[in-house]
Every structure is written in C-alpha cells, then in structure tokens.
Design a protein around this ligand. Structure first.
Ligand code: 0A1
Ligand code: ZN
Length: 876
C-alpha cells in the first residue's frame, strides 16, 4: 500500500495566482547526458489579490544549480527547495527571478516535460510537464511571453524549434549552434514546446483570408518523408474551414507540425508548434488504413482549431478543461462532417460516446464535464471531458441554431482573447449573443451521469391526435445521489403508414415542418400532435440531439419500418442497431433459440439496396460491438453475449452467403488508392463482406482474402484481408499471412503497431499465451506507449472474450502489466488499468475476480498518484 494518500485538488479552493509572470527568457542547452535550463522570469505581484511574501514555484525532478534575484545570487536563507517546489522568501513587488536547473531528458520515461524519442529531443507540457523543465508558476492562468534560445550540437540536432517565430540563429563553439524563437502571444506554460533533432522538413504555405502568407512546415525523421502529404492537405483544409465557419484566421508567420514516435497521447496544440504522435499524423496509402486517414484528418484539424479554442482563449484552471476540449472536439467533428458523410460521421461519434463515455459515466470514475475535484489531472483527459463536452456544445448549437451560435462564438473569442477563462464565461457569451437563458442548461456542466428519457405514446383515432410523453431521470453517480432535471433539445419526426414524414403540428400551435426540435426541461412533459390520421411510427432523438439513453418499447416491426423508411440517416442506423441488439439479447438470455428471420431479411435488403449510401449500408450492417452490448446489460455475462453475437453473425453470413459474394464482386478495388468517401465506402463494404464470409469458414472467401491481401495497393484492403483471416478458424493461413506481413513491414513502426493490434484484439488469435508471446517479440518496447497500447491496451479494451476469461487470468495479467509499467510511465499505466474498474457491470463472479486484480495493484508500495487515483476510486 502507498503510505500516504495523494492530495485532492478542489475547484472550490481556486484562488487567483499571487504573482504573475510577464516575460520568460529561456536558454536551453542540450547535451548527450542531460540538459541545462537557464530561465529568467519577469515576476510581479498580482495587484488584485492579498499580497503574499513568499513566491512558490512548481518543480519536479529538477536539480537546482542556481537562483538569482535581479541578477544577484540568492543566499541559502532566502529560498527553500522541496520535493515539488522552490520557495523564495521576502519577494519584492517585482523582480527578475533567475533559475538554472539540470535535467535528464534521456532518462525521462514518463514522457512529460523534456524527453528524448528516437534520438530527438521533444517536450510535452500539458498538463503539468513544464515544471519538469524548470521551476515555474505552472498553472494555466499565468500567461507570459516566451523567448526561447536552444543550443545543441549542429550535426546531431540541425533542427531546433520552439514556439512562435524564429528571430535569431548562429554557430557556437565546439560544433554547436543556437536558434532563438519568440512567441508574441502570452501563453500558459502548458503550451510551451521545444524540439531538437535531425529531421527533414516538408514545406508548404497557406494564404489567409486577409492575404497573409503563412509558412507551413512539417518535420519528420527522414524515413517518413513520404508520409506527410495527407496531414499537410488536411491542415490547409482545416485552416480554410476555420476562416469560413468561425471567422478565425491564423496569427503567426509559421505553423509547424512535428511527428514523434514516443508520445503519451494523440497530439498537442503547442502554440505554432504542434507535436504529434507519429501514428496520428503520418500516412501513405500503403501504410495507413482509411480509419487512420480519417483520424489524422480530425486530429490535425483538432490541434489547429485549438489555436483559437484553447490558445488565444485558454482555461483558467484544469477544472475548465472541457472549455477547450469539448468545444474543440465539437469543432473538429463538424469539420470532419463537412469533409465526408455527415451521417456516417455522426454514427461514429455516437457509437463511441455510447460505448465508452456512457460506460465511464456509469462507473466509479463518473465525473461532470466540469469536475469538482481530482488527484491527478492527467486522469481527467477522458471521454467525458472530450466527447460528452462536445455533445454539450452541440446541444447549445441545436438550441440556438447556427446563426446565433456563431454570434455567441464570435462574442466569446472577442471578449476573452488573451484571457484564461471558465466554462461559465463560454455559456455567458452564448447567452449574451442569443438572448437565450441557459441557467438550467448549465447543469450539464456540474452533474455527472447519463440521463435516461422514458418515452410513452398513445394514439387516439377519434380525435386524430398522437400523444407523446417524455420523462427524464438521471442515475446517481459518486458524490451526486440526486440530480435536477436537464435542459435538452429533442428532435423527432413521425412516420406515416407510407413511411413518409408527417407534417407536425402541436396542439394550439402553428405547423412546424416534418421534423422538429422539442425543448425538454421538466421531469415529465407531454406533447400532443394533431391531424394525425393513423398511428405513426415515431423517429425519436433524430441525429442524437442529446447525450441520453432513450427508452421506448419499440417492436421489431417498428424497427424494421424505420430501417427502411426513416428520412433521418442516423435513426435508420440506430434502428438497425436496436434490432440487432434485441435479437442478440434474446439469444443470450435464452428467450429465443433462433435468429429472428426479420433481422436476416433486413440485412438482405440492405445488401441489395444500391440507392442508400454504401457507407451507411456498411454501418447499418455492422453488428453492435461486444463492448456496447456489455454496456447495455446489467450483470453482464461476457461469454453468453459473445456467443449470441457470434450466432447472429454466422447465421447472417450463412443465410446471405450469395449476397455477400455478390457485394464483394460489386465493389472491386480501383487501380489507384483515393481518399474519397465513395472509395472508402466501397472498401468498407467489401471488407465487411469478406469478414462475414470468413466467420463461416467459407473456402472461396479464403481465396478472395489471400488474393486481396497479396494484390492490395493500400493498407485498408491489405489489413482488411489479414484481419478477416486472423479472426477466422483458418489457423494455417492466419500464421502464413501474419508472418508475411511482419516480414514485409517490420521496418515501419506504425504498421508493426497495426500488426500487433490485429492479433491482440482477435478473439481467435489473441489468447493470453499469444499475448505474452507478442510481448516477448523483438518489436515490442515497454518504453513506447503505442506498442503498449497495441498489445496490452488492445487485449484489455477490444479482445473482451479473452480478457474476461472465466478463470480471471486476463485480469491478473493486466494487473501485473500495470504494476510493471507504473514506475516508468504512470500516465499510461493509469489508462491501462481502467477496464478493471468497470467490475460493477459484470455478473458477481466476474466482478469479484476483477476487484481482486485491482487490489493486487493497490497493494503496491510505491504506486504513482495517477494509478492510485484510478484504482482507489475503482475499488470504492
Ligand atoms: N490537449 C491535447 C491532448 C493532450 C492532453 C494531455 C496531454 O498530456 C497529459 C497531452 C496531450 C489535445 O487535446 O489534443
Ligand atoms: Zn484537444
């Protein structure tokens, strides 16, 4: 057991900083055995708070070499160095504080602060990494101008980068050189970045709406030069989109992107110098799948959009994280929707929200999008802060409509440019610009949990009225037993017997079109629609206008009707998922023995439907994931759900075998790879057909898979074939293709990660002994988060049948790996352990075994604050 509990930080304890920093001058000397950081801070007392005589600067794992005040050495009696802070006594009203520290980037396995990754120096300062570089007021409401001079060996590190614009460079003695950067925009330290390495530079440029020319540069290791085109193209599209949709222009002369292999998260929005995990920015058709292309498109846009939503206007404190993350995810998802199919995009976001965020919201780590407390802030970069945060902004967009929302965002940026603000400031700008009262709506920011909407309806033929009643409730979450009602937009339509949307007219109101948005504010509300000549089929919560669970007693026939007729593409897909879920649950619970023929006929019709967007067809045909089915089921029995799902899959594949072969032939691969919605949809459908056919060990499909694997000119098709074979019973073919794949791609770390993940996530290939063997593989590397994620993360997060093996071996395996990783990279260890904290979702024996594994982790003497927080909350 850890001897002391980490401190809990609370929003209610927020105080303005007692000191402010106007200017930071850094001189960073990079060496082979460490780095010396000389820092000069222009510090002054904050006039708006009670004066304090001591200045406390944050610092971790630093070796302090010197402290000066206004250029004078400070005597030992004037300062105190402790574990995580440097205190300067008798601070004058203003002074230049000079600090020299020595750090060891080479030994930094946490990947926070300054570290080395494949021979290059780089930084990650969000959330509290800057204090691992030098002593500082490391909090987002302290905003300063930074000037950064980097010195290093010219041959090893010809490229030296920092935020802002380059202002000076010169050679130095002993083969060294210096480059100096100046960032004119005041920023919190979490946006600081520095890079030093032997990198190649890809140039491009962008002319902004006002005619300024911005140099775009991408820096990668030489072997990756051919993998930059997609990110650069996406960047230019995102820059234009932000001008057109939000009126936001870029503000520096240069915008830089750097790719690094070792990175804890996806990417980071450092001012003018975005740093990316290689897997989220590098792509070529041969090495990256369509899903990766999409991911890059959205992450490049996301980081770019932060330049306004995050950098120009930043967060006052870390409780406000969703201010920048929720808004920026909303912005990037709208951007992505504008690039391809809006419906398919929405389906992907909702799928992930309902699987991962709803699970988080019903577990021990449930927190509001503006949490009230935390132990370790890096644990709060969650699907709740990001994805639910984005849904909350989306609801404001739906309630206000696009014009007033834009007016609100204009006001927000104008009013708060250069400030560190709160989610409340954001909502207030929306209110002020629109005249709408969002008082009740604000509950979304401080109440956790997923609201449930129970819908009842009745039709009265005599009065030709249709009555809909909507009741809302929200289950308790840790520390919040009772919830007040939420304000949410609820879009709906009513389908007549011919499948057409009916004209909607609420009693006592004017007609309001064929789809309308209701304002839900009360625990229970009733709506009466008039002039309805026959009982309609309701299409509820169109486009998923609110992040809620919807309960309505749909019959399978109603769902079939929606699948074929709903004018809302999202709800068509949703109906297909509800139908499949209902069928799978009935089998798992033993209420039915055979797969309902209606599901087969719905799928058959979809396969033959060439009027619908093939991308939507592919989504509708995808069965709900096991993770989603678990999320829906109280006291889940993983094996039973998995078997029922497999039964549905194989029975569909058997009944539709000919149709699947036909679909496969109807969507042949074009001669050259194109990243277009049309081609991606064809690949999705083709690979889905292949996977279904291989699930029934279809010999002919194995031939198709082998030849697709051999001839593919892109990674989507190659990996699609490989995955289908790996997940089939063709053990020999599986091994042959896996070996061949590794042979061919072993020099490319991103592709090797795909190779690991395909095996680790496979119910067939990813049994525990095989996972252990993968961890012994030469390409596995404990220091590289992507490798850890692609093997251990994929096993515990995606390979649910094997992870939940009834003997509990998956759980103790995971506990062991978390214990092993925690001392070197606590951030990743804490993320890895989280599947074990979901024990309440499972049947009692499973839950017990999961808790035992958690207790094993908890028993470790030196657990990090990161892992301690997740595990201790997970056990409560
Ligand atoms: N702000 C980045 C993601 C990020 C978050 C935390 C990090 O370290 C704890 C690193 C990156 C984004 O939203 O893209
Ligand atoms: Zn972000």
């Amino acid at each position: 057991m850890r001897t002391s509990e980490p401190k809990t930080i609370r929003l209610k304890d927020y105080r303005e900083p007692p000191f402010l920093i106007d200017q930071v001058d850094l001189r960073v000397e990079l060496f082979e055995d460490g780095a010396r950081v000389h820092s000069r801070l222009d510090v002054r007392r904050n006039p708006s708070v009670q004066p304090e005589s001591e200045l406390h600067l944050d610092g971790e794992d630093l070796k302090l070499e010197e402290v000066t005040l206004n250029g004078e050495h400070l005597s030992a009696s004037r300062y105190v160095v402790e574990d995580s802070q440097l205190t300067i006594r008798d601070m004058p009203d203003s002074a230049v504080v000079g600090v020299v520290t020595w750090i060891k980037p080479q030994e930094n396995t946490r990947l926070e602060g300054l570290y080395k990754s494949s021979g290059m120096f780089c930084t990650q300062c969000e959330a509290e990494g800057f204090r691992r570089i030098t002593y500082y007021l490391d909090r987002p409401d302290v905003m300063a101008r930074f000037r950064t001079r980097i010195e290093a060996d010219l041959k090893r590190y010809p490229i030296l980068l920092a935020n802002g614009n380059e202002v000076d460079r010169s050679p130095l003695e002993e083969g060294r050189h210096q480059v100096t950067w100046e960032d004119p925009f005041p920023k919190p330290a979490y946006l600081f970045a520095l890079v030093g390495g032997d990198l190649v530079e890809r140039h491009d440029s962008f002319e902004t709406v006002s005619g300024r020319n911005v140099a775009l540069r991408m820096y990668v290791e030489p072997r990756n030069q051919e993998k930059c085109d997609h990110a650069l193209a996406a960047l230019k599209r995102a820059m234009r989109w932000d001008e057109e949709v939000y009126g936001r222009e870029y503000d520096l002369d240069v915008f830089m992107i750097v790719a690094v292999d070792d990175f804890n998260m996806g990417a980071m929005e450092n001012k003018g110098l975005n740093i990316f995990n290689s897997s989220c920015v590098l792509a070529s058709p041969e090495t990256a799948t369509d899903a990766i292309y999409d991911r890059i498109e959205s992450i490049v846009a996301h980081e770019y959009f932060h330049n306004w939503s995050g950098n120009r206007v930043t967060c006052r404190d870390w409780f406000q994280l969703s201010l920048k993350e929720g808004f920026t995810v909303f912005r990037d998802s709208e951007y992505s929707a504008d690039q391809g199919s809006r419906t398919v995009n929405r389906i992907d976001s909702v799928n992930m929200l309902r699987t991962a965020q709803f699970a988080e919201d019903s577990g021990p780590m449930a927190h509001p999008i503006r949490p009230a407390e935390y132990m370790e802030i890096t644990n709060f970069y969650t699907v709740t802060i990001y994805e639910k945060g984005a849904e909350v902004v989306r609801m404001i967009h739906s309630l206000l409509g696009p014009e007033l929302f834009r007016a609100g965002s204009d006001l927000y940026f104008e009013r708060h440019d250069g400030q560190a603000v709160t989610t409340d400031d954001f909502v207030r700008a929306m209110e002020d610009a629109s005249g709408r009262d969002l008082t009740q709506f604000r509950r979304w920011y401080d109440q956790a949990g997923t609201p449930e909407l129970a819908i009842e309806d009745s039709y009265d033929a005599a009065s030709q009225t249709y009555r809909l009643s909507i009741s809302q409730s929200c289950p308790p979450t840790p520390g919040q037993p009772e919830k007040a009602p939420f304000h949410l937009p609820f879009e709906l339509g009513l389908l007549g017997t011919d499948g057409q949307d009916l004209e909607l007219q609420l009693e006592g109101s004017e007609p309001s079109g064929r789809s309308m948005v209701l304002d839900i504010t009360e625990p229970r509300q009733e709506f009466v629609f008039t002039n309805i000549t026959a009982r309609p089929v309701p299409s509820l919560l169109r486009g998923f206008t609110a992040p809620v669970r919807l309960r309505y007693p749909w019959t399978r026939d109603q769902l079939m009707f929606l699948i074929s007729h709903d004018s809302d593409g999202f709800n068509r897909w949703d109906a297909s998922q509800r139908l499949a879920t209902d069928v799978i649950e009935a089998l798992a619970e033993g209420r039915e023995a055979e797969v309902d023929a209606r599901l087969v006929s719905a799928c058959s019709a979809l396969l033959k439907n060439d009027a619908l967007d093939p991308a939507l067809v592919a989504k509708m045909l995808s069965l709900p994931s096991l993770a989603y089915l678990i999320e829906l089921t109280p006291s889940a029995d993983v094996l039973k759900l998995h078997q029922a799902r497999e039964q549905v899959l194989t029975s569909l594949a058997r009944s539709l075998r000919d149709d699947l072969h036909e679909v496969y032939q109807r969507h042949p691969a074009p001669a050259a790879y194109r990243y277009t919605s049309e081609d991606m949809a064809a690949r999705a459908l083709r690979n889905m057909a292949l996977a279904w056919l291989l699930s029934i060990n279809d010999e002919q499909a194995l031939k198709l898979a082998r030849s697709q694997y051999g001839q593919a000119n892109n990674m989507t098709d190659r990996l699609g074939a490989l995955r289908a074979v790996v997940n089939s019973d063709f053990a020999e073919a599986r091994q042959t293709l896996l070996d061949d794949f590794y042979q061919q791609w072993q020099a490319d770390p991103q592709v090797v990660e795909l190779w690991f993940a395909v095996q680790a996530a496979s119910p067939q290939a990813g049994t525990l002994p095989h996972i252990k063997a993968l961890m012994e593989h030469a390409a596995f590397d404990w220091k590289n988060p992507n490798k850890v994620r692609s093997v251990i993360g994929a096993f515990a997060g995606q390979n649910l049948v094997n992870f939940h093996a009834p003997d509990g071996s998956g759980y103790s395996f995971l506990a062991e790996q978390v214990i092993r990783l925690d001392p070197s990279n606590p951030q990743i260890a804490a993320r890895l352990v989280s599947p074990l904290t979901r024990w309440k979702k499972f049947k009692p024996e499973t839950a017990d075994a999961m808790q035992r594994a958690l207790r094993e982790v908890m028993g470790q003497p030196k657990l990090s604050r990161d892992t301690y927080e997740i595990v201790s909350k997970g056990l409560s």
